[in-house]
Design a protein around this ligand. Structure first.
Ligand code: AMP
Length: 170
């Protein structure tokens, strides 16, 4: 089964010039979801993981599935103002202006070995901020793990020193 057959390209979403990689067809197929999960787990095999951090919102789907399979806790990282308990946050630069990612203050314990997961690695700004957030709480980023990497956007340059792993590369 080819996972890429379940990724739908949407030209011009959410704005002109962006080729959006839509994972809805993948989620809509239990067989493709199972195969994608198998391949994501293959990327982290033999690594000890204490927590899986998933990035809002499409990092939640496979992030929770990976955490269940590894029998560890899942931690949601969200956009500002969404989490109800006390949060810690990390600012990062966008093309114009800044944005923020947030996590609950009690989600990561010092020394936790963390797998960071999101659906797409694009410019790497989000993943870099999430890694900093994890580290600010004393967590160790064991791997940054994605369904797909858009290689032409050079997101890996922002994540130097981290183990980057992806099921698909474009
Ligand atoms: P970036 O910070 O540029 O690496 O962007 C990563 C975040 O934006 C991820 O949470 C992705 O879900 C989303 N994203 C960026 N580019 C795309 C794309 N072409 N298709 C789907 N999602 C994307």
């Amino acid at each position: 089964m080819e996972i890429e057959n379940f990724i739908r390209d949407i030209q011009g979403f959410p704005k002109p010039g962006i080729l959006f990689k839509d994972i809805a067809p993948l989620l809509n197929s239990p067989e493709a979801t199972r195969e994608c999960l198998r391949q994501l787990l293959q990327l982290v095999k033999n690594k000890h993981i204490d927590k899986v951090v998933g990035v809002e919102s499409r990092g939640f789907f496979f992030g929770t599935l990976i955490a269940q399979k590894l029998n560890v806790g899942f931690v949601p990282v969200r956009k500002p103002g969404k989490l109800p308990f006390t949060t810690v946050s990390q600012l990062y630069d966008l093309e114009y202006g800044t944005d923020k990612v947030e996590m609950h203050i009690d989600a990561i314990q010092k020394g936790d070995r963390v797998l960071m997961h999101d659906d797409v690695l694009a410019t790497g700004g989000t993943a870099e901020a999430v890694c900093k957030l994890i580290e600010s709480q004393g967590g160790i980023v064991v791997q940054c793990n994605f369904i797909m990497t858009l290689d032409f956007l050079n997101g890996k340059d922002k994540l130097k020193g981290y183990d980057i792993a992806s099921v698909l590369n474009y």
